[in-house]
Design a protein around this ligand. Structure first.
Ligand SMILES: NC(=O)c1ccc[n+]([C@@H]2O[C@H](COP(=O)([O-])OP(=O)(O)OC[C@H]3O[C@@H](n4cnc5c(N)ncnc54)[C@H](OP(=O)(O)O)[C@@H]3O)[C@@H](O)[C@H]2O)c1
Length: 292
């Protein structure tokens, strides 16, 4: 049993809350910007209410045993405003976000030994006080004392928890997949648009850029990853919408900087050219900052 706070209760935060509720025995605090008097989590064939305390102001927060951050990457500073109260007794902080810069992003706010980057795969969306989980949750963390302690929170929840030796490869593998998602956001088309021959080749080339940077960062990804990733997209339903596209369609801010931006940034550090991902960053930034 642990006292667990979730900072950012959108799609992923809601799914995590549902998993903790299913695991049972935890005291859950939901840290939100707006009141969330109730939270319903629907999975295929099942519906549950999350029993939790909801706080909307860091001044109301009390120390916990674990903090799970599930805001968007660009909301790191706002998320960190909760840490002084929640981590008063030194609680570790799990960063459940996309990208490869979890540690850099939160370095100003949490010491590295208390910080646990998490890679999550979980198709989920939130509408109002309901979270709809469309598939299984898979989380990957470093096989470490902190990773194992995090994994133990979800024992019995049904989530698949992988304790991996090589977290760098796990993070970059996911970023290789996400790098292609920029094409959906740019074309305003769902997954099916990647099936055409020229889009398929473009996707392969974007993944190849990402994989080259990943290798320079120490990830073990060979050239076959480009084909693997594009094969994965072929298995997605043609109408499936990734989060970058969903955010663009909804007029929300997009996470292009943590995805394509990270590939360009890290590439530059290693002297690796990433022209396709750079173009994606330039276009997505322009779309976001210069609306019609
Ligand atoms: N959705 C998926 O299927 C999925 C899958 C894998 C990985 N991810 C990754 O998981 C992360 C979270 O994504 P998401 O889809 O769950 O995003 P989301 O639905 O937009 O949820 C983010 C939540 O954070 C809240 N928030 C922002 N600043 C806050 C603050 N200062 N204090 C408290 N709450 C705050 C937002 O509140 P408001 O409601 O007030 O805006 C929002 O509810 C992202 O890095 C994403 O890339 C998502």
């Amino acid at each position: 049993m642990a006292k667990v706070a979730i900072v950012g209760v959108g799609a992923i935060g809601g799914a995590l809350a549902g998993l903790l509720e299913t695991a049972g025995g935890h005291e859950i605090t939901l840290c939100t910007r707006r009141p969330l008097p109730q939270l319903t989590v629907k999975t295929l064939g099942r519906e549950l209410q999350v029993h939790a305390r909801n706080v909307t102001d860091p001044a109301q927060a009390e120390p916990v045993d674990w903090v799970l951050v599930a805001t968007k990457t660009y909301d790191a500073a706002g998320a960190a405003a909760w840490f002084p109260a929640l981590c008063k007794r030194g609680a570790p902080v799990a960063i459940v976000q996309n990208g490869v810069e979890h540690r850099e992003r939160f370095a100003p706010y949490v010491s590295q030994e208390r910080l646990l980057p998490v890679v999550i795969d979980c198709p989920v969306e939130r509408a109002g006080d309901t979270v709809l989980v469309r598939g299984a949750a898979l989380m990957k963390v470093q096989d470490s004392a902190l990773g194992r302690s995090f994994g133990a929170l979800f024992a019995g929840s049904g989530a698949r928890m992988e304790l991996v030796e090589d977290f760098t490869t796990a993070m970059w593998w996911k970023l290789c997949v996400n790098s292609v998602g920029a094409l959906n956001a740019l074309t305003l088309k769902p997954s099916g648009v990647l099936r055409g021959e020229s889009m398929h080749s473009l996707g392969m080339a974007m993944v190849a850029e990402c994989a080259a940077v990943a290798r320079a960062e120490g990830a073990r990804l060979d050239n076959a990853i480009a084909e693997e990733v594009m094969d994965l997209y072929k298995k997605h339903p043609v109408d499936s919408v990734n989060s970058l596209l969903a955010d663009r369609l909804a007029g929300r801010r997009m996470e292009w900087d943590a995805r394509s931006g990270a590939i360009v940034r890290k590439g530059a550090q290693h002297g690796i050219e990433t022209p396709l991902n750079r173009m994606a960053v330039t276009l997505l930034e322009a779309i976001e900052n210069y609306p019609a």
